[in-house]
Ligand binder design. Structure first.
Ligand SMILES: Nc1nc2c(ncn2[C@@H]2O[C@H](COP(=O)(O)OP(=O)(O)O)[C@@H](O)[C@H]2O)c(=O)[nH]1
Ligand SMILES: [Mg+2]
Length: 317
């Protein structure tokens, strides 16, 4: 295997194979990652990242593909990351997604990758950001992150993007579902896709109502727009790009972009720290010190907090 420095250099030049191999390293939590991330650090923070979330079938992949087309027209280099927190498979996109992404497959300015994160210690919290770092380092101007999973993990991944797009479609009972999943709070831009179907206006109205309910916005606060699209035909996609660009501008002007990125970096560092501590505790299994502490706690001669303090002191000492 090419050494890390060479791989990173090739990825920096936008060579797809090198980018793919680096993301595989992330996916496998390979030991080389430490070196990869050190080499990529100076090149991070350039890409604008957009997360797309919503129930299965709502049109995330179709919208992602349409957005790739729109951003390519603007001359941007685009990365696409489909994150599936539950899938044991890696490397390949779901078949349907492959078909949808086909038209971009031969475009050297588009990087498409799906990633499974199951089995990671602290999985999502650091695997997705590191894959984003790779795409960022490869010179992507925009990175679109589609989450395949639903629920909490989805919200977690969306929080790793600069802008979160929440998609709904008419007739899916989506408004209610979305509220349940806590997804309304994370939406910076809302899309009512499948606007060619009956009920799109009603869904948009319902959404508008729900968004307005908890409103206590100050002047200058971001008011999440609702964009209607027919992603399958590319309709409304330019309006969606406009909404994204506006949000990007608002993030930059208000300083919120830096705030969000710092918050994300803190989570990333914390996740890596916890994984490292957990690994060290694992190393301690069978260790006489831990064994002795556990024995004392079991016998009642030591309380568990004091035992934990001693363990932390030992791990960090
Ligand atoms: N009628 C209609 N169908 C759409 C539209 N966008 C996507 N679809 C279809 O909805 C299905 C699910 O789309 P997909 O992008 O895979 O959804 P995902 O699971 O959220 O990624 C596919 O059969 C798409 O062709 C749209 O705007 N209108
Ligand atoms: Mg999809």
């Amino acid at each position: 295997m090419a050494d890390v420095a060479t791989l990173v250099e090739q990825a920096r030049q936008g060579r797809p194979r090198a980018v793919a191999r680096l993301i595989t390293l992330v996916e496998n939590a390979a030991p080389e990652l430490r070196e990869v991330m050190a080499a990529l650090a100076p090149y991070s923070g350039r890409a604008y990242t957009v997360g797309l979330t919503g129930s299965p079938g709502v049109g995330k992949s179709t919208s992602t593909s349409a957005l790739v087309t729109a951003y390519r027209k603007l001359g941007k280099r685009v990365g696409v990351l489909a994150v599936d927190p539950s899938s044991p498979f890696s490397g390949g996109a779901l078949l349907g997604d492959r078909v949808r992404m086909q038209e971009h497959a031969t475009d050297p300015e588009v990087f498409i990758r799906s990633m499974a994160t199951r089995g990671h210690l602290g999985g999502l919290s650091w695997a997705a950001p590191q894959a984003l770092r790779v795409l960022d380092g490869a010179g992507c101007d925009v990175i679109l992150v589609e989450t395949v999973g639903v629920g909490q993990s989805e919200v977690e991944i969306a929080a790793q993007a600069d802008t979160s797009v929440v998609l709904l479609a008419p007739g899916m009972g989506d408004g209610i579902q979305a509220a349940k999943a806590g997804i309304l709070e994370i939406g910076d831009v809302f899309v009512v896709n499948k606007a060619d179907r009956d009920g799109a206006d009603a869904t948009a109205r319902e959404l508008n109502h729900m968004l307005g309910l908890g409103e206590s916005r100050q002047p200058g606060d971001w008011r999440p727009p609702i964009v209607k699209t027919v992603a399958a035909r590319g309709e409304g996609v330019d309006e969606l790009v406009d909404a994204l660009e506006k949000h990007h501008g608002w993030l930059a002007e208000t300083g919120e972009l830096a705030v969000r990125r710092r918050r994300r970096a803190a989570q990333e560092v914390e996740a890596i720290t916890l994984a490292a501590l957990r690994a060290r505790i694992g190393d301690l299994r069978g260790d006489r010190h831990l064994d002795a502490l556990a024995g004392q706690v079991a016998e009642g001669t030591l309380d568990p907090y004091t035992a934990a303090d001693r363990l932390v002191a030992e791990l960090t000492g």
